[in-house]
Structures are given as structure tokens and as C-alpha cells.
Design a protein around this ligand. Structure first.
Ligand code: AMP
Length: 231
């Protein structure tokens, strides 16, 4: 039987790197301070100043999985990751038992199609050519090109997508773009803006029922902090 302590303990899954750094001020504004630095510590479970809140540091793509299977009650990850995990476009819930109540407005970027500067994308689309597209975001790319009626062969990569057109492996890539500097440095140009991306709070729906009060308190604190930081 769950004890009072386990019903009060909230586990929050975060990913290392950019999202983590942008999450810290938001956590602080919500009254939660992580007591260890994940870049220095080898620990994967970090304590916070709130005795009932602990933080897991996992890979960005694993955040929805930890939350779905109850390893974490809630997490923070990009809309890109959630869509790849099966969240419906435009939806706030998914078949995976995940609830995404808040857009935290952090780690903002866009997901785009880019090609080599000398590749005539518009002409290739007009001709009805079959395009080779390299991406980590196969679900988003499949949905996007299907909605445009463009036939594509998707090549799954796990990083450095920019390389694929340069070495002749793909006609196009689908990747996250923030400043556009990475594309520019590799002589690639953005030809389609698929959608804007930002990080979302994601909550396990079963945990929300079991631990209503502490989870609602954190959602409300994040909502307040997002508003405060956005101003
Ligand atoms: P930029 O050169 O600023 O356009 O950044 C592009 C590179 O950073 C690409 O390799 C992206 O995959 C990565 N990137 C940009 N924004 C994000 C984000 N919000 N989350 C994770 N990776 C990102």
C-alpha cells in the first residue's frame, strides 16, 4: 500500500543541457531549488530544497517514457519530443496517459525543413519528386510531408542531421532551428517552417489522480512562474 510519504513525494524528470539550464530559473520562481549541479555530479537523482520533490536527470527523448511508466510523476520536455512520442498534434493529452497542461515558453525554437543552398526544393516539390529526408524527427516529418502530399524516403539519424545533404545522403533535413547559425555554417537554407517548438510540462495522469494536491500545487507554481518570467 502506498505510504503517506510516497503519496507526497513528487519526482520530476528533466533533461540535461539546454532545457535543464532554462528550467532552473523557472523551478526557482516556483520555489524549487535543485541542490546539486548535474554537470558536475554523477548522481542521476538530485535532491531539492523541497523535501518532497526530487529531480531525475535523463535524456530528453526519455522524459516522456519516464513519465508514462511512472518512473517520474511529471517532466519537462520539448513539444518535438512529445510529438515523436505519440502526442497528437494540437492535443493536450495522449493515448500514453500523459497530460500536458502547460506550455512553459522555454527552449523556444522551430522545426524546419532545410536543404543545400543550391538545391531547388520548390521545383522538386512541384515536379512531384521523391525526396530523401534525413531526420531525428521521423513522426513529425512523416506527418508534415504527408499533409503536403510530398513523397519522401525518411532516413533516421540521431544527431548532426546537417551533414546528410552535404555528403549526398539526403536532399533535405528536418531539424530544430534556433538562431539559424548551424544551418548557415553548413551552407543550408530553411525552406519550410513546420511549427514553433517550446518546452511543455508533462504529467502522468494516474499520478495526478493519486497525488492531486502536491501535483496541482507544482502545476500552479509553474503557471505563476511562467507568467512572471514571461513579463
Ligand atoms: P541554431 O544554430 O541556433 O539554429 O541551433 C541549431 C542547433 O541546435 C541544431 O543542431 C538543433 O538541433 C539544436 N537546437 C536548437 N534549438 C534547440 C532546442 N530548443 N532544444 C534542443 N536542441 C536545439
Amino acid at each position: 500500500m502506498p505510504t503517506y510519504r510516497s503519496l507526497n513525494l513528487i519526482t520530476l524528470a528533466l533533461s540535461k543541457g539546454r532545457i535543464f539550464e532554462e528550467t532552473l530559473p523557472l523551478l526557482k520562481a516556483a520555489g524549487i531549488e535543485v541542490l546539486e549541479d548535474p554537470e558536475k555530479s554523477r548522481k542521476l537523482i538530485l535532491t531539492t530544497n523541497q523535501p518532497n520533490v526530487r529531480v531525475l536527470v535523463v535524456r530528453a527523448t526519455d522524459v516522456p517514457t519516464y513519465v508514462q511508466y511512472g518512473g517520474a510523476d511529471m517532466g519537462i520536455t520539448g513539444k518535438d519530443t512529445l510529438l515523436e512520442h505519440g502526442m497528437e498534434w494540437g492535443g493536450s493529452t495522449s493515448a500514453a496517459g500523459l497530460y500536458t497542461p502547460l506550455d512553459l515558453q522555454i527552449a523556444k525554437c522551430r522545426i524546419s525543413v532545410a536543404v543545400k543552398a543550391d538545391f531547388d526544393y520548390a521545383a522538386a516539390v512541384k515536379r512531384g519528386s521523391r525526396l530523401k529526408v534525413a531526420t531525428k524527427y521521423v513522426a513529425i516529418a512523416r506527418e508534415f510531408f504527408a499533409s503536403k502530399g510530398v513523397h519522401v524516403d525518411l532516413i533516421k539519424l540521431y544527431g548532426s542531421m546537417e551533414l546528410a545533404p552535404l555528403v549526398g545522403m539526403a536532399d533535405a533535413i528536418v531539424d530544430l532551428v534556433s538562431t539559424g547559425n548551424t544551418l548557415k555554417a553548413n551552407h543550408l537554407v530553411e525552406v519550410e517552417h513546420i511549427m514553433d517548438i517550446s518546452s511543455r510540462l508533462v504529467v502522468n495522469q494516474a499520478a495526478l489522480k493519486l497525488k492531486q494536491a502536491p501535483i496541482r500545487a507544482i502545476i500552479d507554481a509553474f503557471a505563476g512562474a511562467t507568467g512572471a518570467i514571461g513579463k
